[in-house]
Design a protein around this ligand. Structure first.
Ligand SMILES: *Cc1c(COP(=O)(O)O)cnc(C)c1O
Length: 425
């Protein structure tokens, strides 16, 4: 029997001093109607909680741990660098090294600025787009998440083209009135929005593979239509690749979909489990940032050697030949296994896999946008999550999140996971 006694006690304590007991809301497990587990340590594909339970981890800290937890080479590089001091607030050669790796890996990036989170990367990209175009409006897609930036925290109204109303108290309406919300995977909606707002649109921001309403890949022509309309109207195309950067292939998914972004936001994997973000693009755009340009952006710990060392080590390891095809193959095997069991049980489901990310939607599907995603049976997901947890499998504690596979998930882990689906109650 799986016991969660110590986790329960620690959660009780944390709620007294931390809002909701957590430092990021989904971690509270409310979306699956239970209490969070508290983690003691992790290694490779495994998490170990404070009650001594071991889990095969498919959340991977929400994506960064593509090499598995506590990778010896990543930690080794961090230790080596850390011993020489952790932050100087003055340039180091390491920053140039990581920037060069990013520039070499992503064709549309000539210059890149490092920040400390994905949220900051998006903030930077949006300010840059507005500053360079002298326009205010941003097109955002319903169900895409771009960090907790004020003007990106907007809810869908009904209707296709809705001007944003804030989805969080504390965000002034004036901040979000320039955010235009559109459904994902709807090229026509984008055409209409451009017809309506034409020369007012500073930028379109999109997750090229949506990962924050569960995994929803882009359909044919969706990204190409956005690219075409941005070019035609002088708007900046921002790809939020905080999840997809170095997740699907070494570099960006822009190569896969043959679409180039003007600005690309990165985070998660490029920090190898340390806080990081990055915003990059053409030199002419990036040079508009201070100190070369007028658009202000800064950060005390930006590009600090510890995070950068973890990022460099991670990217170097990701260059290993055959790594991405192996990740994809493992994910495919896993998804087929899960599908088979759910099929035998007559449980309605749709699995959206791409590369090493996937979501099991409790929904007959297809799941192509937010509207179809939210038709999922979230209670069925909650039961699935809890059942799997008791079988030693950790899935993200919400239906609307991506599952991730790491290079440390071996065949035995995949087999064990499918067995767990069979055993889960
Ligand atoms: C995680 C995420 C962010 C925010 O990154 P933080 O490091 O959590 O601030 C932004 N965009 C996307 C697509 C993300 O998945």
């Amino acid at each position: 029997m799986t016991v969660f006694q110590k986790s329960k006690k620690l959660f009780h304590d944390s709620t007294k001093v931390i809002p909701g007991g957590v430092n990021s809301p989904v971690r509270a497990f409310r979306a699956v109607g239970s209490n969070p587990i508290f983690i003691d340590k992790a290694k490779g594909p495994y998490l170990y909680d404070v009650d001594g339970n071991r889990y095969i981890d498919y959340c991977l800290s929400w994506g960064p741990m593509i090499l598995g937890h506590a990778h010896a080479e990543v930690l080794g590089n961090v230790r080596k660098v850390m011993a020489k001091g952790t932050s100087f607030g003055i340039p180091t050669e390491l920053e140039t090294q990581l920037a060069e790796m990013i520039v070499q890996a992503i064709g549309s990036i000539e210059k890149v600025r490092l920040v400390s989170s994905g949220t900051e990367a998006v903030m930077t990209a949006i300010r840059l787009a507005r500053g360079c175009t002298g326009r205010d409006k941003i097109i955002k897609f319903i169900g895409c998440y771009h960090g907790h930036v004020d003007h990106m925290l907007v809810q869908a109204g009904s209707g296709a083209t809705t001007l944003g109303a804030p989805s969080s108290p504390g965000v002034p309406k004036d901040f979000t009135k320039h955010t235009v919300l559109l459904p994902y995977n709807d090229p026509e909606g984008i055409e209409k929005a451009f017809n309506k707002y034409q020369d007012q649109i500073a930028a379109v921001i999109v997750e090229p593979i949506a990962g924050n309403m569960g995994v929803v890949p882009p359909q044919k022509d969706f990204l190409k239509t956005i690219r075409k309309l941005c070019t035609k109207n002088g708007s900046i195309l921002i790809f939020d690749e905080v999840i997809t950067g170095f997740r699907i292939k070494y570099g960006s998914v822009q190569d896969i979909f043959s679409v180039k972004a003007d600005l690309t936001c990165l985070g998660k994997i490029i920090g190898g489990g340390f806080p990081i973000g990055a915003c990059g693009g053409k030199a002419e755009l990036m040079n508009q940032l201070a100190p070369t340009g007028q658009i202000y952006q800064a950060g005390t710990l930006s590009g600090n050697p510890v995070c950068v060392a973890a990022g460099i080590a991670t990217l170097n390891l990701l260059k290993t030949k055959g790594l991405y095809p192996a990740l994809e193959a493992a994910t495919k095997t896993l998804c087929e296994g899960i599908h088979q069991v759910l099929l035998e049980r007559n449980i309605e489901h749709t699995i959206n896999p791409i590369g090493s990310m996937f979501t099991v939607f409790f929904n007959p599907g297809p799941v192509t946008d937010y509207d179809s995603a939210i038709k999922s049976d979230t209670q069925a997901y909650a039961r699935f999550h809890h059942g799997m947890l008791k079988e030693g499998i950790y899935l993200p504690p919400s239906q609307f999140e991506a599952c991730f596979v790491s290079t440390q998930h071996k065949q035995r882990d995949i087999d064990r996971t499918v067995k767990a689906v069979r055993a889960a109650r």
